[in-house]
Design a protein around this ligand. Structure first.
Ligand SMILES: [Zn+2]
Length: 244
């Protein structure tokens, strides 16, 4: 059985992507993709000075409405594509900025980028715990993932803490075609642990243009190489559950 085609890391004109959500959805339908997730940037660190981001509640509302609108279009046209609402949070942003602007129950997938040390793990844990304490989030909590995770930061120690964190919060590790060096064989022990601990994996390539929407092969090959197909299937099951 071949795996469904998925691509869960896409930028649009709401941040530094070159295409509208609508153009991306139409291209994804043409390419025959099964699952996509729009994940524009959210940041108030250095990144927000150099690229557009989802920088206020109104803009986030418009962004989510536009995705809803495209979801309705897909349904009406009876296409097989599944479109999800996501966001990519830069963890060098301030905690207050994240808590005040990101309401997790409005998203299907929240990616965190730039996890590079144990302090980063503590920062993300704290955000998740704050979200979980808010009762509005209790009935619909998003999937959580680490965008273009770079294992090199944890080779000198910390893999076990990281693994504990991934298991405790059911965090997805994204395989990203734009960063082949992150899937080097020198990290084999880490990937073996992902397999044994049933950590979900996903596929993205940090697409900023519709021409990149087909760039899933590199990530997919790495997932196969490390025998993580079942981990990918677990993610697909979780996406299926979110459809209803
Ligand atoms: Zn990105």
């Amino acid at each position: 059985m071949s795996l469904p085609k998925l691509f869960l890391h896409i930028h649009t004109t709401y941040s530094d992507g070159k295409n509208s959500i609508n153009q991306i959805v139409k291209t994804a339908i043409k390419l025959g993709l099964d699952y996509i997730c729009i994940t524009d940037h959210f940041s108030n660190s250095w990144k927000s000075k150099i690229i557009p981001t989802l920088n206020n509640l109104d803009k986030i509302e418009r962004y989510l409405e536009e995705i809803s609108h495209c979801q309705a279009y897909i349904l009406k046209k009876n296409r097989k594509l599944n479109l999800f609402k996501g966001v990519e949070i830069d963890i060098s942003s301030s905690e207050n900025y994240i808590i005040n602007n990101i309401h997790p129950n409005k998203f299907d997938l929240i990616l965190f980028e730039y996890l590079e040390n144990l302090e980063g793990i503590a920062f993300i844990k704290n955000i998740i715990e704050t979200w979980k304490r808010d009762r509005r989030n209790s009935n619909k909590f998003p999937l959580l993932g680490l965008a273009h995770f770079d294992p090199s930061f944890f080779t000198l120690g910390g893999f076990d803490v990281l693994l504990g964190f991934l298991k405790q919060y059911n965090i997805i590790i994204e395989f990203n075609s734009s960063y082949p060096r992150f899937y080097s064989r020198k990290y084999e022990t880490f990937f073996n642990k992902l397999e044994k601990n049933n950590i979900m994996v996903s596929i993205g390539c940090d697409s900023h243009h519709i021409s990149n929407l087909k760039d899933v092969e590199g990530a997919f090959r790495a997932i196969k190489y490390y025998n993580l197909e079942d981990n990918l299937k677990n993610l697909i099951n979780s996406l299926e559950m979110r459809k209803n």
